[in-house]
Ligand binder design. Sequence first.
Ligand SMILES: [Zn+2]
Length: 297
Amino acid sequence: MNMMRRDFLKTGMAAVGAASIGAVAEGIIGKSAAAGETAAPDYKLYALKYAGPFTSSVAMVIFLKDWDKKIKRNYYIWAVQGGGNTVVFDCGVRPDFAAERAWLRASYVSPDKVLKRIGINAAEVEHLVISHIHFDHNGGLELFPKAKVYVQRKEFDFWVYDPVAKRPPCAHVSDAAAIRQLGDLKGSERLVLVDGDREILPGIELLLTPGHTIALQSMAVKTAKGLAILTSDCAHVHKSYEIDTPSCLITDMPGWLRSYTKLREKVNGNIKMLFPGHDKKMLDDYPVVAEDVTQLV
Ligand SMILES: [Zn+2]
């Protein structure tokens, strides 16, 4: 049990009292009283496409398979809402970065504009989780000026401080300006450096799932359909979970496969509740709630 959980338990009864009208309407009090636990709401999960589709070789997203075949993939951020909380998972690319790259700007919409389509004001978002420090996942940090930013300490230390992170293969997948912005948060209350697994709100837990990068984190979320996990680039496409084969963008393959074991166990084998980082199906196969926004659960 971490500090946040203890604090919640200490103040939980007062909060339940204060929020009782809304809570009764959502059936939270009845459930939590019966279970004798804190009132974790059922969250809704949204995938928001901010760029794409892009075409690449299948071998890029499925390790060494089908060099000659092509696949389309999208760039996303995700939003989770429930119990009055909004958590944004990954923050996409910042507008200046996109503007400098013709291949990206043609389909790019600033992530804050996509969030607005479902009524979320990025400037007011309080919780931003960064899965890993690649340009398409942490680049849009400046769009969330008030958010508490949750990132794994090992991931932060590597990208912000390690000179290896500036060398070509690492520089190619990162955004130096966005990394400087993130580094500047060190010492402020906005930066939360996470060591391993940690519950950040009732029903929302960060999971250390390395492999693609040194310390990529996934986010497990309680939903009406059971536990769902936003896994970002732990898999670029869902097929990776089906055939136990990640992408070719590897930091640690054995560690990566252990992360697959951990994720599968967490959802009791129900891998359809694992949501990957770039799968076009997230946009195509789920109910559309706004332009380029789908509700996953
Ligand atoms: Zn990615």
